[in-house]
Design a binder for this molecule. Sequence first.
Ligand code: SF4
Ligand code: SF4
Length: 73
Amino acid sequence: MSKISIDKDCCKGCFICLTVCPKGIFKKTKKRNKYGTTMPEAVNTDECVQCRMCERMCPDGAINVEGGDNNEN
Ligand code: SF4
Ligand code: SF4
């Protein structure tokens, strides 16, 4: 099982994570960070295959994936 963290102060709400995740883990929410940015959240994390595309593609390095055999943390 994966633990997917999003650093709310780094996220700029581009939602690239929604497009790159092959399992549709990220969903838009109405939550905002202190800068007023609309945040995604990770749901159904049991479905995560630890491909780490979200970590690689997030332009702000806001995502951290823990868990799985290829854990590099
Ligand atoms: S890709 Fe990164 S910066 Fe963009 S919405 Fe997702 S977590 Fe936020
Ligand atoms: S590691 Fe892969 S499957 Fe898991 S949330 Fe990120 S992009 Fe989706």
